[in-house]
Design a protein. Structure first.
Length: 56
């Protein structure tokens, strides 16, 4: 039964690390990009622009 306790603590620790990573990444992305860029739906536009630059 002791093994299951260690596995449980490991799972809680892993989920805490993942949650911490998500919060750090959230602040990093939020400080890097403006709200307009983050809420835009210009994916097709951006993709078309990158395809044009790669054409020879």
């Amino acid at each position: 039964m002791e093994l299951w306790n260690y596995i449980e603590y490991g799972a809680w620790g892993l989920s805490a690390l993942l949650g911490l990573y998500m919060v750090v990444d959230w602040f990093k992305i939020d400080s890097t990009y403006s709200e307009d860029v983050l809420t835009s739906s210009r994916e097709g536009e951006l993709e078309a622009m990158t395809e044009e630059t790669h054409k020879v």
